[in-house]
Design a protein around this ligand. Sequence first.
Ligand SMILES: Nc1ncnc2c1ncn2[C@@H]1O[C@H](COP(=O)(O)OP(=O)(O)OP(=O)(O)O)[C@@H](O)[C@H]1O
Ligand SMILES: [Mg+2]
Length: 343
Amino acid sequence: MRSHTLSARVKRVKPSEDPDGLSARLNDLLVGQPEAIETIVPYVQMHQAGLSPEGRPVGVVLLLGPTGTGKTRTVEALAEILHGSSKNVLKIDCGEYQMEHEVAKLIGAPPGYLGHRETQPLFTQARINAVASEQSDISLLLFDEIEKAAPSLTRLMLGILDKASVRLGDNSTVNLERCLIFLTSNLGAKAIQRANMPDFGFEAMLTQETIDDTGRVHKIAMSAVRRKFSPEFVNRIDSVITYKPLGREAYDAILDHLLDNFGRLIQTRLGYRAFRLQCTPSGRKLLLDTGTSIEYGARELKRTVQRNFIQPVAALVSVGEIPPGCTVILDAKGSEFSILLRN
Ligand SMILES: Nc1ncnc2c1ncn2[C@@H]1O[C@H](COP(=O)(O)OP(=O)(O)OP(=O)(O)O)[C@@H](O)[C@H]1O
Ligand SMILES: [Mg+2]
Protein backbone atom coordinates (compact mmCIF):
# COMPACT_ATOMS: atom_id res chain seq x y z
CA MET A 1 0.00 0.00 0.00
CA ARG A 2 1.55 3.33 -1.10
CA SER A 3 1.16 6.47 0.94
CA HIS A 4 -0.46 9.54 -0.65
CA THR A 5 -0.94 13.11 0.41
CA LEU A 6 -4.48 13.49 1.66
CA SER A 7 -6.82 14.99 -0.95
CA ALA A 8 -10.18 16.66 -0.43
CA ARG A 9 -11.91 13.37 -1.30
CA VAL A 10 -10.37 11.66 1.70
CA LYS A 11 -12.47 11.51 4.84
CA ARG A 12 -11.12 10.55 8.24
CA VAL A 13 -13.47 8.00 9.82
CA LYS A 14 -13.69 6.63 13.30
CA PRO A 15 -15.60 3.43 13.96
CA SER A 16 -18.61 4.01 16.16
CA GLU A 17 -17.89 2.77 19.67
CA ASP A 18 -20.62 0.15 19.87
CA PRO A 19 -22.26 -0.24 16.46
CA ASP A 20 -24.52 -3.20 17.21
CA GLY A 21 -25.01 -2.52 20.93
CA LEU A 22 -23.15 -5.71 21.84
CA SER A 23 -20.89 -4.01 24.39
CA ALA A 24 -23.83 -2.25 26.04
CA ARG A 25 -25.81 -5.49 26.30
CA LEU A 26 -22.82 -7.35 27.72
CA ASN A 27 -22.28 -4.52 30.15
CA ASP A 28 -25.85 -5.02 31.43
CA LEU A 29 -25.18 -8.67 32.21
CA LEU A 30 -21.55 -8.63 33.33
CA VAL A 31 -20.69 -6.33 36.20
CA GLY A 32 -17.39 -4.56 36.83
CA GLN A 33 -15.22 -6.28 34.19
CA PRO A 34 -14.97 -3.69 31.37
CA GLU A 35 -11.67 -5.12 30.11
CA ALA A 36 -13.40 -8.40 29.30
CA ILE A 37 -16.03 -6.65 27.20
CA GLU A 38 -13.50 -4.45 25.38
CA THR A 39 -11.39 -7.48 24.53
CA ILE A 40 -14.09 -9.95 23.45
CA VAL A 41 -16.44 -7.78 21.37
CA PRO A 42 -13.90 -7.06 18.56
CA TYR A 43 -13.52 -10.80 17.85
CA VAL A 44 -17.27 -11.12 17.37
CA GLN A 45 -17.32 -8.06 15.12
CA MET A 46 -14.38 -9.32 13.08
CA HIS A 47 -16.26 -12.55 12.44
CA GLN A 48 -19.53 -10.77 11.67
CA ALA A 49 -17.68 -8.63 9.12
CA GLY A 50 -16.24 -11.78 7.52
CA LEU A 51 -12.71 -10.64 8.30
CA SER A 52 -11.55 -13.28 10.77
CA PRO A 53 -8.32 -14.97 9.68
CA GLU A 54 -8.83 -18.21 7.77
CA GLY A 55 -7.77 -21.56 9.16
CA ARG A 56 -8.02 -20.38 12.76
CA PRO A 57 -10.77 -20.11 15.34
CA VAL A 58 -12.62 -16.75 15.52
CA GLY A 59 -10.51 -16.05 18.58
CA VAL A 60 -8.79 -17.75 21.51
CA VAL A 61 -9.27 -15.88 24.76
CA LEU A 62 -7.85 -16.91 28.13
CA LEU A 63 -9.87 -15.74 31.15
CA LEU A 64 -7.85 -15.62 34.36
CA GLY A 65 -8.59 -14.48 37.87
CA PRO A 66 -10.14 -15.41 41.19
CA THR A 67 -13.19 -17.62 41.64
CA GLY A 68 -16.66 -16.10 41.38
CA THR A 69 -15.64 -12.95 39.51
CA GLY A 70 -17.59 -13.61 36.30
CA LYS A 71 -15.36 -15.68 34.00
CA THR A 72 -17.94 -18.34 33.19
CA ARG A 73 -20.72 -15.75 33.42
CA THR A 74 -19.03 -13.81 30.58
CA VAL A 75 -19.36 -16.72 28.19
CA GLU A 76 -22.94 -17.44 29.30
CA ALA A 77 -23.88 -13.77 28.88
CA LEU A 78 -22.38 -13.71 25.38
CA ALA A 79 -24.40 -16.84 24.52
CA GLU A 80 -27.55 -15.16 25.83
CA ILE A 81 -26.94 -12.16 23.59
CA LEU A 82 -25.78 -14.00 20.45
CA HIS A 83 -28.11 -16.98 20.61
CA GLY A 84 -30.89 -16.13 23.04
CA SER A 85 -29.86 -18.68 25.68
CA SER A 86 -26.97 -19.02 28.12
CA LYS A 87 -27.02 -22.76 27.38
CA ASN A 88 -25.67 -22.28 23.84
CA VAL A 89 -22.11 -23.01 24.92
CA LEU A 90 -20.16 -26.23 24.38
CA LYS A 91 -18.41 -26.60 27.69
CA ILE A 92 -15.53 -28.94 28.29
CA ASP A 93 -14.71 -29.35 31.97
CA CYS A 94 -11.01 -30.10 31.75
CA GLY A 95 -11.22 -31.54 35.28
CA GLU A 96 -13.08 -34.50 33.73
CA TYR A 97 -10.09 -35.24 31.48
CA GLN A 98 -7.27 -35.55 33.98
CA MET A 99 -6.24 -39.05 32.94
CA GLU A 100 -4.52 -39.67 29.63
CA HIS A 101 -7.09 -42.21 28.35
CA GLU A 102 -10.08 -39.96 29.11
CA VAL A 103 -9.45 -37.84 26.03
CA ALA A 104 -11.20 -40.63 24.09
CA LYS A 105 -14.45 -39.33 25.64
CA LEU A 106 -13.84 -36.14 23.72
CA ILE A 107 -12.75 -37.39 20.32
CA GLY A 108 -13.81 -41.05 20.40
CA ALA A 109 -11.53 -44.10 20.43
CA PRO A 110 -9.88 -45.15 17.15
CA PRO A 111 -11.43 -48.15 15.34
CA GLY A 112 -10.25 -51.45 16.74
CA TYR A 113 -9.59 -49.98 20.20
CA LEU A 114 -11.52 -51.05 23.24
CA GLY A 115 -14.65 -48.93 23.59
CA HIS A 116 -14.65 -47.74 19.98
CA ARG A 117 -18.35 -48.46 19.53
CA GLU A 118 -19.50 -47.30 22.95
CA THR A 119 -17.75 -43.92 23.10
CA GLN A 120 -19.89 -41.16 21.65
CA PRO A 121 -17.39 -38.31 21.21
CA LEU A 122 -18.40 -34.96 22.69
CA PHE A 123 -16.52 -33.07 20.07
CA THR A 124 -18.49 -33.82 16.90
CA GLN A 125 -19.24 -31.26 14.18
CA ALA A 126 -22.94 -31.69 14.92
CA ARG A 127 -22.48 -30.78 18.60
CA ILE A 128 -20.36 -27.79 17.74
CA ASN A 129 -22.89 -26.56 15.17
CA ALA A 130 -25.76 -27.19 17.59
CA VAL A 131 -24.61 -24.41 19.95
CA ALA A 132 -24.78 -21.83 17.13
CA SER A 133 -28.21 -20.47 16.20
CA GLU A 134 -30.22 -18.81 13.45
CA GLN A 135 -29.26 -15.46 14.97
CA SER A 136 -25.52 -16.07 14.82
CA ASP A 137 -23.25 -18.75 13.36
CA ILE A 138 -20.58 -18.39 16.04
CA SER A 139 -20.20 -21.44 18.28
CA LEU A 140 -18.94 -20.62 21.74
CA LEU A 141 -16.54 -23.20 23.12
CA LEU A 142 -15.46 -23.14 26.72
CA PHE A 143 -12.54 -25.14 28.10
CA ASP A 144 -13.07 -24.68 31.82
CA GLU A 145 -10.20 -25.01 34.33
CA ILE A 146 -7.52 -25.79 31.75
CA GLU A 147 -4.89 -26.25 34.46
CA LYS A 148 -6.56 -29.59 35.28
CA ALA A 149 -6.27 -31.02 31.74
CA ALA A 150 -4.16 -34.13 31.10
CA PRO A 151 -1.14 -33.51 28.83
CA SER A 152 -2.94 -35.37 26.01
CA LEU A 153 -5.81 -32.88 26.19
CA THR A 154 -3.37 -29.97 26.18
CA ARG A 155 -1.78 -31.48 23.04
CA LEU A 156 -5.19 -31.83 21.43
CA MET A 157 -5.95 -28.22 22.29
CA LEU A 158 -2.70 -27.10 20.64
CA GLY A 159 -4.03 -28.35 17.28
CA ILE A 160 -7.46 -26.85 17.85
CA LEU A 161 -6.13 -23.42 18.77
CA ASP A 162 -3.68 -23.34 15.90
CA LYS A 163 -5.45 -24.90 12.93
CA ALA A 164 -9.08 -24.79 14.04
CA SER A 165 -9.45 -28.47 13.28
CA VAL A 166 -9.37 -31.71 15.16
CA ARG A 167 -9.24 -35.29 13.95
CA LEU A 168 -11.63 -37.68 15.68
CA GLY A 169 -10.96 -41.31 16.57
CA ASP A 170 -12.86 -42.46 13.45
CA ASN A 171 -10.53 -40.30 11.32
CA SER A 172 -13.14 -37.66 10.43
CA THR A 173 -12.18 -34.02 10.85
CA VAL A 174 -14.05 -31.37 12.80
CA ASN A 175 -13.81 -27.76 11.68
CA LEU A 176 -13.66 -25.08 14.36
CA GLU A 177 -13.21 -21.96 12.23
CA ARG A 178 -16.53 -20.57 13.44
CA CYS A 179 -15.70 -21.13 17.10
CA LEU A 180 -14.85 -18.42 19.55
CA ILE A 181 -12.82 -20.32 22.11
CA PHE A 182 -12.58 -19.41 25.77
CA LEU A 183 -10.14 -20.98 28.18
CA THR A 184 -10.60 -20.33 31.89
CA SER A 185 -8.18 -20.89 34.71
CA ASN A 186 -7.66 -19.97 38.33
CA LEU A 187 -3.88 -20.10 37.85
CA GLY A 188 -2.30 -17.27 39.80
CA ALA A 189 -5.59 -16.50 41.61
CA LYS A 190 -4.14 -17.36 45.03
CA ALA A 191 -1.15 -15.09 44.42
CA ILE A 192 -3.47 -12.28 43.28
CA GLN A 193 -5.53 -12.73 46.40
CA ARG A 194 -2.44 -12.58 48.58
CA ALA A 195 -1.23 -9.45 46.78
CA ASN A 196 -4.61 -7.83 47.40
CA MET A 197 -4.75 -8.75 51.02
CA PRO A 198 -3.24 -6.10 53.26
CA ASP A 199 -2.97 -6.96 56.94
CA PHE A 200 -5.44 -4.44 58.22
CA GLY A 201 -8.88 -5.85 58.02
CA PHE A 202 -11.61 -6.98 55.70
CA GLU A 203 -12.87 -3.64 54.37
CA ALA A 204 -9.37 -2.72 53.25
CA MET A 205 -9.35 -5.76 50.98
CA LEU A 206 -12.06 -4.28 48.84
CA THR A 207 -10.62 -0.80 48.27
CA GLN A 208 -10.38 0.24 44.64
CA GLU A 209 -6.70 1.06 45.09
CA THR A 210 -5.71 -2.56 45.57
CA ILE A 211 -7.98 -4.09 42.95
CA ASP A 212 -7.44 -1.50 40.24
CA ASP A 213 -3.79 -2.32 39.78
CA THR A 214 -4.63 -4.32 36.68
CA GLY A 215 -1.09 -4.40 35.33
CA ARG A 216 0.25 -6.04 38.46
CA VAL A 217 -2.60 -8.56 38.68
CA HIS A 218 -2.05 -9.45 35.02
CA LYS A 219 1.68 -10.03 35.53
CA ILE A 220 1.10 -12.31 38.52
CA ALA A 221 -1.48 -14.38 36.62
CA MET A 222 0.59 -14.65 33.44
CA SER A 223 3.69 -15.82 35.25
CA ALA A 224 1.63 -18.64 36.76
CA VAL A 225 0.34 -19.55 33.28
CA ARG A 226 3.87 -19.55 31.83
CA ARG A 227 5.05 -21.85 34.59
CA LYS A 228 2.28 -24.35 33.83
CA PHE A 229 2.03 -24.31 30.00
CA SER A 230 4.55 -24.58 27.19
CA PRO A 231 5.51 -21.48 25.17
CA GLU A 232 3.76 -23.05 22.12
CA PHE A 233 0.52 -23.23 24.04
CA VAL A 234 0.76 -19.70 25.44
CA ASN A 235 1.66 -18.44 21.98
CA ARG A 236 -1.61 -19.68 20.49
CA ILE A 237 -3.71 -17.53 22.79
CA ASP A 238 -4.91 -14.32 21.10
CA SER A 239 -5.87 -12.38 24.23
CA VAL A 240 -5.63 -12.78 27.98
CA ILE A 241 -8.11 -11.12 30.32
CA THR A 242 -7.48 -10.93 34.05
CA TYR A 243 -10.66 -10.61 36.09
CA LYS A 244 -10.47 -8.31 39.06
CA PRO A 245 -11.74 -9.19 42.51
CA LEU A 246 -15.16 -7.51 42.73
CA GLY A 247 -15.64 -4.32 44.75
CA ARG A 248 -18.63 -3.32 46.86
CA GLU A 249 -20.34 -1.48 43.98
CA ALA A 250 -20.11 -4.57 41.81
CA TYR A 251 -21.67 -6.70 44.56
CA ASP A 252 -24.47 -4.16 44.80
CA ALA A 253 -25.20 -4.44 41.06
CA ILE A 254 -24.91 -8.26 41.10
CA LEU A 255 -27.41 -8.35 43.97
CA ASP A 256 -29.86 -6.45 41.73
CA HIS A 257 -29.34 -9.11 39.03
CA LEU A 258 -29.91 -11.95 41.49
CA LEU A 259 -33.10 -10.36 42.88
CA ASP A 260 -34.40 -9.59 39.36
CA ASN A 261 -33.76 -13.20 38.34
CA PHE A 262 -35.65 -14.46 41.38
CA GLY A 263 -38.56 -12.12 40.56
CA ARG A 264 -38.62 -13.36 36.97
CA LEU A 265 -38.58 -16.98 38.13
CA ILE A 266 -41.64 -16.34 40.30
CA GLN A 267 -43.51 -14.73 37.41
CA THR A 268 -42.68 -17.47 34.91
CA ARG A 269 -42.97 -20.52 37.14
CA LEU A 270 -45.83 -19.76 39.52
CA GLY A 271 -48.44 -18.52 37.05
CA TYR A 272 -51.58 -17.31 38.86
CA ARG A 273 -49.89 -17.86 42.26
CA ALA A 274 -47.15 -15.28 41.41
CA PHE A 275 -46.35 -12.38 43.76
CA ARG A 276 -44.03 -9.38 43.93
CA LEU A 277 -40.70 -9.18 45.78
CA GLN A 278 -39.10 -6.36 47.72
CA CYS A 279 -36.11 -5.88 49.94
CA THR A 280 -35.87 -3.27 52.73
CA PRO A 281 -32.60 -1.27 52.94
CA SER A 282 -31.60 -3.23 56.05
CA GLY A 283 -32.42 -6.56 54.35
CA ARG A 284 -30.30 -5.53 51.41
CA LYS A 285 -27.44 -4.38 53.61
CA LEU A 286 -27.36 -7.64 55.54
CA LEU A 287 -27.38 -9.65 52.28
CA LEU A 288 -24.40 -7.64 51.08
CA ASP A 289 -22.55 -7.81 54.40
CA THR A 290 -23.01 -11.57 54.65
CA GLY A 291 -22.45 -12.30 50.95
CA THR A 292 -19.39 -10.18 50.22
CA SER A 293 -16.40 -12.47 50.14
CA ILE A 294 -12.95 -11.91 48.74
CA GLU A 295 -12.38 -15.65 48.91
CA TYR A 296 -15.46 -16.95 47.05
CA GLY A 297 -16.46 -13.91 44.97
CA ALA A 298 -20.09 -13.48 43.97
CA ARG A 299 -20.80 -17.19 44.48
CA GLU A 300 -21.07 -16.42 48.20
CA LEU A 301 -23.62 -13.65 47.50
CA LYS A 302 -25.63 -16.08 45.38
CA ARG A 303 -25.63 -18.61 48.22
CA THR A 304 -26.58 -15.93 50.77
CA VAL A 305 -29.60 -14.87 48.67
CA GLN A 306 -30.59 -18.50 48.21
CA ARG A 307 -30.34 -19.40 51.89
CA ASN A 308 -31.98 -16.30 53.32
CA PHE A 309 -34.54 -15.30 50.70
CA ILE A 310 -35.23 -17.94 48.03
CA GLN A 311 -35.42 -20.96 50.35
CA PRO A 312 -37.64 -19.35 53.04
CA VAL A 313 -39.96 -18.02 50.31
CA ALA A 314 -40.05 -21.46 48.67
CA ALA A 315 -41.00 -23.00 52.02
CA LEU A 316 -43.91 -20.52 52.34
CA VAL A 317 -45.02 -21.20 48.74
CA SER A 318 -44.99 -24.95 49.30
CA VAL A 319 -47.49 -24.69 52.19
CA GLY A 320 -49.62 -22.14 50.35
CA GLU A 321 -48.98 -19.30 52.78
CA ILE A 322 -48.37 -16.57 50.20
CA PRO A 323 -51.63 -15.16 48.82
CA PRO A 324 -51.45 -14.49 45.05
CA GLY A 325 -50.72 -10.88 44.13
CA CYS A 326 -49.25 -9.91 47.52
CA THR A 327 -45.77 -8.48 48.12
CA VAL A 328 -43.09 -10.53 49.88
CA ILE A 329 -40.51 -8.35 51.61
CA LEU A 330 -37.08 -9.35 52.91
CA ASP A 331 -36.22 -7.41 56.07
CA ALA A 332 -33.41 -7.66 58.62
CA LYS A 333 -32.77 -6.63 62.21
CA GLY A 334 -29.22 -6.95 63.48
CA SER A 335 -27.96 -10.19 62.01
CA GLU A 336 -31.40 -11.79 61.57
CA PHE A 337 -33.36 -11.89 58.33
CA SER A 338 -37.16 -11.97 58.33
CA ILE A 339 -39.88 -12.23 55.69
CA LEU A 340 -42.86 -9.87 55.71
CA LEU A 341 -46.07 -10.24 53.68
CA ARG A 342 -48.03 -7.21 52.50
CA ASN A 343 -51.44 -7.58 50.83
N1 LIG B 1 -18.88 -9.88 37.14
C1 LIG B 1 -20.07 -10.47 37.36
N2 LIG B 1 -21.22 -9.94 36.84
C2 LIG B 1 -22.40 -10.55 37.05
N3 LIG B 1 -22.58 -11.66 37.80
C3 LIG B 1 -21.49 -12.22 38.33
C4 LIG B 1 -20.18 -11.65 38.14
N4 LIG B 1 -19.29 -12.43 38.79
C5 LIG B 1 -19.98 -13.41 39.35
N5 LIG B 1 -21.30 -13.31 39.10
C6 LIG B 1 -22.36 -14.19 39.62
O1 LIG B 1 -21.71 -15.24 40.37
C7 LIG B 1 -21.91 -16.51 39.73
C8 LIG B 1 -20.57 -17.24 39.70
O2 LIG B 1 -19.69 -16.56 38.80
P1 LIG B 1 -18.85 -17.32 37.66
O3 LIG B 1 -19.41 -18.68 37.48
O4 LIG B 1 -18.79 -16.47 36.45
O5 LIG B 1 -17.45 -17.39 38.39
P2 LIG B 1 -16.02 -17.77 37.77
O6 LIG B 1 -15.23 -16.51 37.68
O7 LIG B 1 -16.21 -18.56 36.53
O8 LIG B 1 -15.43 -18.64 38.96
P3 LIG B 1 -14.62 -20.05 38.94
O9 LIG B 1 -13.20 -19.70 38.75
O10 LIG B 1 -14.87 -20.61 40.30
O11 LIG B 1 -15.18 -20.90 37.86
C9 LIG B 1 -22.48 -16.20 38.35
O12 LIG B 1 -23.39 -17.19 37.95
C10 LIG B 1 -23.17 -14.86 38.54
O13 LIG B 1 -24.48 -15.04 39.05
MG1 LIG C 1 -16.04 -20.62 36.06
